[in-house]
Write a new protein. Structure first.
Length: 293
């Protein structure tokens, strides 16, 4: 079907057209049907390596010691590397990666914000991350069918179940609720039988609807699992990390005040005024519109 400039879905026409041009229609179908999709090779080998190096540099600076990527045994469970966006310009490439961002835009609209950019650096341990939905922040059940938040999780090392990879419950985005305490476990005799391991190669991206139940398995082998979680939200959801008031001038100079990056960081929204009142021009720009608003 040829997509026209249909007035009823003008912004959706553009978003869907971009998804088609990027070869993501199968990923979009998977996202709608199962609540998640995998984009294999979303990162080049070079970009995967640079992102992994930048994550480890940030983690090691924060915690004051080196990690052994293949044979680490001292790190137990997960230690978070947070607020990564301003640590190295390479993270900007991950945020603006066209394929995942096109699917995020489909889920949340052009006006969405970057909520956080973090890495869950995982060593050997006995516990995984319990199953949950990212639709939180006080959103009551039943959840809406549309996504309030969405996640793109980059595998910066190979994902295997023994290595502590992501877990997903296919179709759980249609349940419109959080899992109960009987449904959250990913290990032992109480493991949720519907949870599947997302075993993918480094450089892959896993994108999911905010309602989808997910977690992670415990890492059973030496070394570390490194990811990059790019988490997005609609403007009425409080972001996890504060960007707009602390954006480095050099980042704005690289991208421009009217760029998609500026929009993702909340630099062009009109809320939060003082005596000067709202600047309504922000919602008149393409970056300020959302086909799902």
């Amino acid at each position: 079907m040829e997509i026209g400039d249909w007035a009823a879905t003008r912004d959706l026409n553009r978003v869907y057209g971009e998804i088609r041009e990027l070869g993501l229609e199968t990923n979009l179908a998977e996202l709608e049907a199962f609540g998640f999709t995998v984009i294999e090779g979303a990162l080049s080998p070079d970009l995967t390596q640079r992102l992994r190096g930048a994550v480890l540099d940030s983690w090691e600076s924060r915690y004051g010691r080196k990690l052994h990527l293949e044979n680490e045994t001292e790190l137990h469970e997960v230690e978070l590397a947070a607020y990564l966006l301003y640590k190295d310009p390479v993270f900007e490439e991950a945020v603006l990666n066209p394929k995942p961002l096109a699917l995020i835009t489909y889920l949340l609209g052009q006006s969405c914000w970057l909520s956080s950019l973090t890495s869950h650096v995982k060593g050997p341990g006995e516990r995984g991350l319990l199953l949950h939905s990212d639709t939180a922040n006080g959103v009551p059940a039943p959840f809406s069918a549309y996504s309030h938040v969405a996640n793109c999780n980059y595998a910066l090392t190979d994902y295997t179940e023994a290595g502590g990879c992501l877990a997903m419950v296919p179709g759980s985005h249609r349940l419109h609720r959080q899992p109960t305490r009987w449904e959250v476990n990913l290990s032992g005799n109480e493991r949720n039988p519907h949870a599947i391991p997302i075993e993918v190669a480094a450089g892959s991206a896993v994108v999911w609807h905010g309602n989808t139940w997910h977690g992670s398995f415990p890492r059973r082998i030496p070394g570390v699992r490194v990811n990059l979680a790019t988490y997005f939200c609609r403007q009425y959801i409080a972001p996890q990390e504060l960007y707009g008031e602390h954006t480095p001038p050099e980042l704005i100079a690289r991208h421009g005040r009217d760029s998609r990056m500026a929009q993702l960081l909340g630099l062009n929204h009109f809320n939060g005024w003082r005596d000067e009142g709202p600047d309504m021009r922000a919602i008149a720009t393409p970056a300020g519109r959302s086909w799902q608003s």
